[in-house]
Design a protein around this ligand. Structure first.
Ligand SMILES: Nc1nc2c(c(=O)[nH]1)N[C@H]1C(S)=C(S)[C@@H](COP(=O)(O)OP(=O)(O)OC[C@H]3O[C@@H](n4cnc5c(=O)[nH]c(N)nc54)[C@H](O)[C@@H]3O)O[C@H]1N2
Ligand SMILES: Nc1nc2c(c(=O)[nH]1)N[C@H]1C(S)=C(S)[C@@H](COP(=O)(O)OP(=O)(O)OC[C@H]3O[C@@H](n4cnc5c(=O)[nH]c(N)nc54)[C@H](O)[C@@H]3O)O[C@H]1N2
Ligand code: SF4
Ligand SMILES: [Mo]
Length: 746
């Protein structure tokens, strides 16, 4: 457990296998169907199939499959990979169990019961597609294309998403990976440095790692973890702000146990200290920033003492962090974070991180923020269809665009949901869910149910019977990432500095799809034929799409196969500041739109008496809810214990391991139970749980009711005013033991 592991021990273990889980463990946890003796030679496949690209999460590590008689026995990192290498994480390993999960969707299904409580009837593809085409056509006929809402996520949702956006012509598309994840970060950095930052910090070569919340070790993306571990092994100092003793906090040189929601104040005080004491990079500011005077004036109230009082941390600690950064600048890695939809004040925090990087001159330098130069492969997609005024294509949300002028691509989820529920300014009556689980991804579950209930037609494409699938009229089974061509992963070598190399790795099937599962090109094209768009279909199959994309860089599937699944070519030096690079310390467009021009701290609601703030994050061996039915991963972490401060627990009479349920300040109860984890590693004003647990779907026989669903308890939304993204951490809960509701002492 991270909590007990010393830094030295961690580094030793980590360097053995980065994030890989020993196979013996994985297999001994198996209660499923793979029953091969481990020691038998050749057990894991007489054949090594190249071209796997993992999608147990969205980092997309490169894989090979060990295959015997057409059956996938085991997944490994592709030894040719210059990204994840031979390492894959526990989830990547367990992909085999998704592939052969007996609960997986096998056939097209029609709901002959109620939405939310379906009775499934198996139908043919022909019938299912006709119903989808019909259902969607009725909606566009009555309400126009904008009457369709699309909730996509993942590689397989790109082609259909572009079909609905460009060709059908609805802008009501909301990706969870933007509006509930990193959209704020990307738009805040666009307003600061003109581009989205990714997580492109050169951690392997840095002197200081600076994290807000980012909990690497629980948040696991293999090459990212490798960079982080390399940085620590090279002696980088680690500074982690987190109200909780996270896996990263456990490795930190400085753990800032910050009051939730106050990070912007902390960063403002660091920046003010650098400015007031002339410890910032004056040349960088002179040559590459705009608005320094307005900026420094705006932040000057943020003394160490003021921030210390706001964030409930020692002033001396903020100073220590500022000094450490200044002493090591510009080789410091200010991590932009990834899941940043926290409190509804997040755009400001992300702007502050960009500005701090600028004051330290840490853009495009070794150990700083460095966008590696990867190869460009052209995608194939749908053409924009000219609808004239037929569908009010461009963009009937003009008023809404004004409301959230800095929103990421797509339409903020709440605009779609409010519009659907109220029918104003227009009805939304058709819904396409593709690789997203909005029941457990978007806060406000009751609201989501209302959205689905008022639809004329709902279709869902998925691989598992997760909670959202209960709301579909037609449910279509997709081939998984191990059974299909699609996404082409590109990038550079994980540690940037050693060599300059780039890679191109298309996803290729490791085994053939079973039952009646189909892929996104088949399904989308069949819909297009039924919706009057046959002439606009850009490509006939996924394989053809892959082939055509590869042709844009003079490659082909045959060539890639001959190169063991990954094409590697010389890269470009990633360092070196472009001359025209400019950082908007003070952004006039923001100010003109009525928002703060300089990063500003906006306080969040205080915790009501008797409650604690509900915080959540990543379970190292699960990906959101999508892995909850995976037997290997379930056995590794079957529930999500709720972390509570040891002093608070003592006053409440709670013991480690007690069984509790949870209720929020609006009276919404978790419904399921979990255990308590009593620990000094969390502040008294908050509790913490891993996200994604507590599936309600009766068809998820492994994940059903396992642990508590954090999303069910997140009923209060804090909409980020610049972007319309969903802040989720202003929800307050109490614990319930033996039917008794327990106040949480202050
Ligand atoms: N409370 C709370 N909410 C959160 C978060 C949180 O931490 N807490 N995290 C946020 C973040 S960072 C993100 S990125 C989002 C993620 O949000 P989602 O992407 O909605 O998360 P998943 O639970 O992975 O749901 C994805 C769905 O895709 C299905 N699926 C898996 N593989 C395939 C495939 O190959 N094809 C198809 N068609 N479907 C597939 C899964 O079975 C599942 O139903 O959630 C956000 N919401
Ligand atoms: N194993 C695994 N790894 C994953 C994923 C997964 O599902 N499983 N999902 C991937 C995805 S899509 C994403 S977006 C990333 C998300 O991973 P991150 O971007 O690292 O997510 P955060 O929300 O920053 O991290 C949660 C941490 O924030 C802390 N926290 C809560 N409130 C505050 C606060 O006010 N201030 C500060 N400083 N900290 C706070 C929590 O205690 C917790 O430790 O993980 C990725 N990696
Ligand atoms: S980090 Fe793990 S789950 Fe994500 S792509 Fe890599 S191996 Fe797969
Ligand atoms: Mo995310």
């Amino acid at each position: 457990m991270a909590f007990n592991l010393t830094r030295r021990k961690f580094l030793q273990t980590a360097s053995l296998a980065a994030a890989a889980v020993p196979l013996s463990k994985v297999v001994s946890a198996d209660t499923g169907v793979t029953k091969a003796p481990l020691d038998a030679k050749g057990t894991f496949g007489d054949q090594t199939v190249v071209g796997g690209i993992c999608e147990m999460c969205f980092w997309r590590c490169q894989l090979v499959g060990k295959v015997r008689d057409g059956r996938l026995m085991k997944l490994e990192g592709n030894p040719k990979s210059i990204d994840n290498g031979t390492a894959i994480c526990a989830r990547g390993n367990a992909g085999v169990k998704l592939l052969y999960d007996p609960d997986r969707l096998k056939y097209p299904l029609k709901n002959v019961g109620k939405r939310g409580a379906p009775k499934w009837k198996r139908v043919t593809w022909q019938e299912a597609l006709d119903e989808c085409g019909n259902g969607l056509n009725q909606v566009t006929k009555k309400y126009g294309a904008k009457g369709i809402a699309v909730f996509p996520h993942g590689a397989s949702a790109k082609y259909p998403m572009h079909y609905f956006e460009r060709t059908v012509g609805t802008h009501n598309v909301s990706e969870a990976s933007f509006f509930q994840c990193r959209g704020i970060r990307d738009t805040a950095y666009v307003a600061t440095i003109g581009k989205a930052p990714g997580e492109k910090v050169d951690m392997a070569n840095t002197k200081v790692l600076f994290f807000l919340g980012t909990h690497i070790g629980e948040n696991i993306h293999v090459s990212h973890v490798k960079q982080y571990v390399q940085g620590l092994q090279n002696g980088a100092k680690l500074v982690v702000a987190d109200p909780r003793f996270s896996a990263s906090a456990a490795k930190a040189d400085i753990w800032v146990q910050i009051k939730p929601g106050t990070d912007t104040a902390y960063v403002l005080a660091i920046m003010n200290y650098l400015v007031q004491n002339n410890k910032y990079d004056a040349d960088f500011v002179e040559d590459h920033t705009a608005g320094f005077d307005e900026f420094s004036e705006a932040i000057k109230e943020w003394t160490l003492e003021k921030a210390a009082a706001t964030c409930e941390i020692p002033a001396a600690q903020i100073k220590e962090v500022a000094e450490l950064l200044a002493a090591n600048a510009p080789n410091v890695a200010i991590h932009p974070g990834r899941h940043v939809s926290w409190y509804g004040n997040d755009f400001q925090r992300e702007r502050a991180l960009g500005c701090l990087t600028a004051l330290l001159g840490a853009f495009y330098v070794k150990g700083g923020w460095v966008p590696p130069k990867g190869p460009k492969v052209s995608g194939i997609s749908w053409k924009k269809h000219d609808h004239g005024n037929e569908h009010n294509l461009n963009y009937n949300h003009e008023e809404d665009e004004k409301r959230y002028p800095f929103n990421p691509p797509g339409t903020p989820t709440e605009l779609i949901r409010d519009c659907a529920i109220s029918g104003k300014p227009y009805p939304i009556k058709g819904c396409v869910v593709w690789g997203q689980n909005p029941m457990q991804t978007i806060p406000g579950q009751e609201k989501m149910k209302k959205v689905f209930q008022q639809m004329d037609f709902v279709m869902c494409v998925d691989v598992m019977p997760t909670d959202v699938t209960l709301w579909a009229d037609i449910l279509l089974p997709e081939a998984s990432y191990l059974e299909r061509y699609d996404y082409i992963k590109t990038g550079t070598q994980w540690n940037l500095a050693d060599e300059h190399q780039q890679f191109i790795a298309p996803r290729m099937p490791l085994v053939a799809p079973m039952f009646e599962r189909k892929d996104q090109v088949y399904i989308t094209n069949e819909l297009a034929k039924r919706m009057g768009h046959a002439a606009e279909i850009p490509v006939g199959s996924l394989e053809e799409m892959t082939e055509k994309s590869l042709a844009s860089v003079d490659l082909s599937i045959a060539k890639i196969k001959a190169e063991d699944g990954i094409h590697i070519q010389p890269g470009k030096d990633p360092y070196g500041l472009p001359e025209d690079f400019e950082v908007q310390l003070y952004n006039e467009d923001l100010a003109d739109a009525g928002f703060p021009g300089a990063p500003t701290y906006i306080p969040v609601p205080e915790v009501p008496k008797g409650y604690a703030r509900l915080l959540y994050g990543r379970a190292p061996v699960h990906t959101f809810n999508r892995s909850q039915n995976n037997v290997w991963l379930h056995n590794a972490m079957p529930i999500n214990p709720i972390w509570i401060n040891d002093h608070a627990a003592a006053k409440m009479g709670l013991m480690d391991g007690d069984t509790v349920s949870v209720v929020n300040s609006e009276g919404i109860a978790s419904g399921t139970t979990t255990t308590v984890k009593v620990t000094p590693g969390i502040r008294k004003d908050c509790v913490y749980m891993y996200h994604g647990y507590g599936s309600a779907s009766p068809f998820m026989t492994v994940g059903k009711n396992a642990g508590v669903d954090d999303q069910k308890l997140i009923s209060i939304l804090a909409i980020d005013p610049e972007t319309g993204c969903s802040g989720m951490r202003n929800n307050f809960v109490k614990l319930v033991k033996n039917g008794k509701v327990l106040d949480i002492p202050a």
